[in-house]
Ligand binder design. Structure first.
Ligand SMILES: *Cc1c(COP(=O)(O)O)cnc(C)c1O
Length: 421
C-alpha cells in the first residue's frame, strides 16, 4: 500500500483527456506519439556509429498505427507469428527489417516468411532448424538464421516473463548451439551466422543483461576462433519501464547500450535490438470512468468501466499499475480496491490503493499500459474491444475504433450447416 502519485496529468501529449473521453468514450487507450519517438531516439542516439537495427517486438503493441509510427522512424519488427508478419508488412516495414522469433513457428509460417524474404530467423530448436532447411531447399532459397541461446541466467523479473533460465522453453543451451555450428556444413540452405538472446521482460537492473551478454560474447569468440563467421548478434529486448512511481527505476538506454558495447567489444557485425515494452509502455494510458462505489463488509470497491479483458496484466502477473485521477483538484485520500465489471475475482486492478476520493462518472487513468495492454485484450464477458487513439503534440487520431457488437460476433454463426468430414 502506498500513496498514489501526487501528479495528475490533465493532458497527454498536448491533448485534453477530459475532452477526448467525452468525444470517444471510455475505456480508451491513448498513446503518445512524441513519447514513442523520444524512446526510439534515445536508443538510436546511444547507438550512433554502431551498425545496428532496432526491431520493435510487435507483440507489445501490434496496433497498425503504432507499427506505422515505428516504420516512419525506420524501426523494423520482431515478429512471433504469421499474423504479426502480415501486420508488419502492411504497416510498410520492409522484409529486410523483420526478424522472426518464437518456439512454435509452423511450416506454413516459415514458408511465408521465407517467401517474403525476411532478414533472419531466430531458431529455437533443432527440429525447427531442420524444418527451416527443408522449407528453404523446397523454395530454392537460403534462409539466414541465428541460434537463440538460453544463457541460463535469472532475469530477476516476474516468473511468467522470465525466458532465459534453463528450465524455460526458449532457446537452446550453448552446448547444443555448439553442435549446430559444428554441423553447419550439412545445412545447404540455411546460413547459420547469427546469435540471439532474450532473457525476459521488465528487467530493471543491468546485472542479468551483463551475465547473459558475457556468456554470448564468450561463445561468439569461440565460434570465430573455430572459423564460424558471425554476422549479427541480436541482444533481444527486456528493458523495463516504470509501473510504480518512486519504486521502479528503469535502466537508462545509454547505460544499457554501453554495456552491450563493452560486452561485445571487437564485434564488427551488426547488432540487433528487439525492444517492446521500453518503446511503448510508458507512452500509453488507459482512460476509464468510475461506474460506482460499492461499500463491502470490509472494503470499499471502486468499480471502473475498464476490466481485465481490456488490460490483463494485473490479473495475469499481479502487475502494479499506477492509477491517477484526470483532475488536479485536491481531495481527501481514500483506500479502495479498484475493480472492473467482469465476473472474476481476478478482475482487480489494485488492492487497498489510496486514491483521492472518487465519485461515479470520474475519469481516471491507468498508467504505463502502452505495452501488453491492448495487444493482450479479449472480448471476455462480451465486452467489445476498447478504442485506441494516438495523440501527437495537441492533435489526436483514432487508430482503432471501438468495436461494435456486430464486429465482436463477426464470423460466429448458429450450427445450421451440418457437414461430414
Ligand atoms: C517479447 C519479446 C521481446 C520484447 O520484450 P520486451 O520486454 O517487451 O522488450 C523481444 N524479443 C523476443 C524474442 C520476445 O519474445
Amino acid at each position: 500500500m502506498t500513496d498514489a502519485p501526487a501528479s495528475a496529468h490533465v493532458t497527454w501529449d498536448g491533448v485534453d483527456l477530459h475532452a477526448l473521453a467525452e468525444r470517444l468514450g471510455a475505456p480508451l487507450y491513448v498513446y503518445s506519439a512524441s513519447h514513442i519517438r523520444n524512446r526510439i531516439a534515445s536508443l538510436q542516439t546511444a547507438l550512433r556509429g554502431t551498425d545496428h537495427l532496432i526491431c520493435f517486438a510487435v507483440k507489445a503493441n501490434s496496433n497498425r498505427g503504432v507499427l506505422a509510427l515505428m516504420h516512419e522512424q525506420r524501426v523494423g519488427a520482431d515478429i512471433v507469428s504469421a499474423g504479426e508478419l502480415w501486420r508488419a508488412l502492411h504497416a510498410g516495414v520492409p522484409p529486410e527489417r523483420i526478424v522472426f522469433s518464437g518456439v512454435g513457428k509452423s511450416e506454413a509460417e516459415i514458408a511465408e516468411a521465407l517467401r517474403v524474404g525476411i532478414l533472419r530467423f531466430n531458431v529455437e530448436s533443432h527440429d525447427e532448424l531442420l524444418l527451416l532447411q527443408r522449407v528453404a531447399l523446397a523454395q530454392g532459397v537460403v534462409a539466414r538464421a541465428a541460434v537463440r541461446i538460453n544463457p541460463d541466467v535469472d532475469a530477476l523479473t516476474h516468473a511468467k516473463i522470465s525466458t532465459g533460465k534453463a528450465e524455460n522453453k526458449f532457446g537452446v543451451s550453448i552446448d547444443e548451439a555448439r553442435r549446430w555450428f559444428a554441423a553447419r556444413g550439412e545445412l545447404s540452405h540455411v546460413q547459420l551466422d547469427g546469435l540471439h538472446v532474450h532473457i525476459g521482460s521488465q528487467i530493471l537492473s543491468l546485472e542479468p543483461f551483463r551475465q547473459a551478454l558475457q556468456r554470448v560474447a564468450a561463445f561468439w569468440r569461440e565460434l570465430v576462433a573455430q572459423g564460424h563467421p558471425i554476422a549479427s548478434i541480436d541482444v533481444g529486448g527486456g528493458l523495463g519501464v516504470c509501473y510504480r512511481e518512486g519504486h521502479d527505476h528503469p535502466i537508462d538506454a545509454a547505460a544499457y547500450v554501453a554495456l552491450v558495447r563493452e560486452a561485445l567489444a571487437g564485434f564488427e557485425g551488426r547488432l540487433l535490438f528487439e525492444p517492446g515494452r521500453y518503446l511503448v509502455g510508458e507512452a500509453g494510458v488507459l482512460l476509464t470512468r468510475v461506474i460506482r462505489l460499492k461499500q463491502g463488509e470490509e472494503r470499499s470497491f471502486l468499480v471502473l468501466d475498464a476490466a481485465m479483458n481490456d488490460l490483463a496484466r494485473p490479473s495475469l502477473y499481479d502487475a502494479w499499475h499506477d492509477i491517477v485521477p484526470v483532475s488536479g483538484e485536491a481531495r481527501p485520500m481514500i483506500t479502495y480496491d479498484i475493480v472492473g465489471p467482469v465476473c472474476e475475482t481476478g478482475d482487480t486492478f489494485a488492492t487497498a490503493r489510496a486514491l483521492p476520493a472518487c465519485a461515479p462518472g470520474d475519469l481516471l487513468m491507468i498508467l504505463t499500459v502502452g505495452a501488453y495492454g491492448a495487444s493482450m485484450a479479449s472480448t471476455y464477458n462480451s465486452r467489445p474491444l476498447a478504442a485506441e487513439v494516438m495523440v501527437d503534440a495537441g492533435r489526436y487520431a483514432v487508430v482503432r475504433q471501438r468495436q461494435s457488437f456486430e464486429d465482436m460476433v463477426a464470423g460466429e454463426q448458429p450450427a445450421n450447416h451440418w457437414e461430414t468430414a
